[in-house]
Design a protein around this ligand. Sequence first.
Ligand code: ATP
Ligand code: MG
Length: 410
Amino acid sequence: MLQAPRGTQDIYGGDMKIWRHIEDRIRAITDAYNFTEIRVPVFEHTELFLRGVGDTTDIVQKEMYTFEDKGGRSLSLRPEQTAGTARAFVERGMFNLPQPTKLFYVGPNFRYERPQEGRYRQHYQFGVELFGASSFAAEAEVISTGYELLTSLGVKDFAVHINSIGCPDCRKIYHENLKTFLGERIESLCGLCKQRFEKNPLRTLDCKTPGCKELLKSAPSVLDSLDDECRAHFEGLKSLLTRMEIPFVVDAKIVRGLDYYTRTVFEFIKDGLTVIGGGRYDGLIAQVGGPQTPGVGYGMGIERLVLLLQKQNATPEVSAGPDIFIGSMGEDAFTKAQELVYILRKSGIRAESDLLNRSVKAQMKYADKIKARFTMILGENELKENAANLKNMETGETEKTAFNELATKF
Ligand code: ATP
Ligand code: MG
């Protein structure tokens, strides 16, 4: 039997209802915040991700699906959508529009990772990108979209972790402090962190091995290396979030290793799993060839959100069956049933009929299984009278109803 590739899912049935529910909330909230949707290609030139995600990141080094097309170009399936969105911002000249530019996206990303709970090779992200504003208020606005989304979906007990990694100047100082700390303990670091020590020491703070985690508990805090401006910016964000009554915790271990991040970084965490990760990246637009433009945004894993909702039994009710099932006996009645459901459906009534030429008994069984609220069976007499008994399946009551009045009953 042919199977779906490892790390992929088919989303259907009741699960699809949860997905739709989430996407409906996403669209309602982004609309209220005046973010507009963007759809960028599922594949891009590999070069974009080398520049826009970073060629020292795990995503680019280990997780990317890269291939050569028939024209010999190196393309990659997008591992995330910030780089593509930034490319579109530059290529389409969106910096000429009134600023800020507020975009959101929903769609699949691809990463070659070891599949496990909440980790897939094709995963979906909702994300927002706000380009052209460097104020802490832009960060609070972006964070509040995520907070609204999770709370309005009924997610409980998640925490908003925020941190500031400062500007490149602050980070230079912090790198020195951190390297001194790590250098004294280099033998105790995992293999990967030994490499990170050379290339990007900040990323050791993100390490998931228990040994490194323990050791890094006493690492110097990036917050102690902030200059006055970066410190004031972070204080501004904290007091605005407080005014908005969005609870948060300051967590100096949140770094989100990519080089282009500046100042604020944040994650929404529930039971150790990050659902939303994002921050400010004032270097990104220039990195992909545009004019120096500030930006802030996040990505949210939709599968992880679905998992949370399922664990908390906060999933929406699966909607009831069709309004009416119209069964039939004989060829003429079969055709009439198709005609009637077509008319009802045009006025938005959820109508169903038999398509398998089943016996009346089998049709009624089917109507029961799909939980039709009303049923009607057509035979020779009903065709003559242009009317039939409409049966309420819950109460068992029947009411003779003319075909041309059927639509008024719903
Ligand atoms: P992690 O540390 O869990 O690997 P990440 O830092 O790689 O996350 P980002 O690149 O910031 O994640 O992506 C943003 C969000 O997308 C994550 O917080 C998560 O919810 C989701 N996500 C990332 N990778 C996957 C994946 N392989 N499967 C499912 N969801 C994912
Ligand atoms: Mg990852």
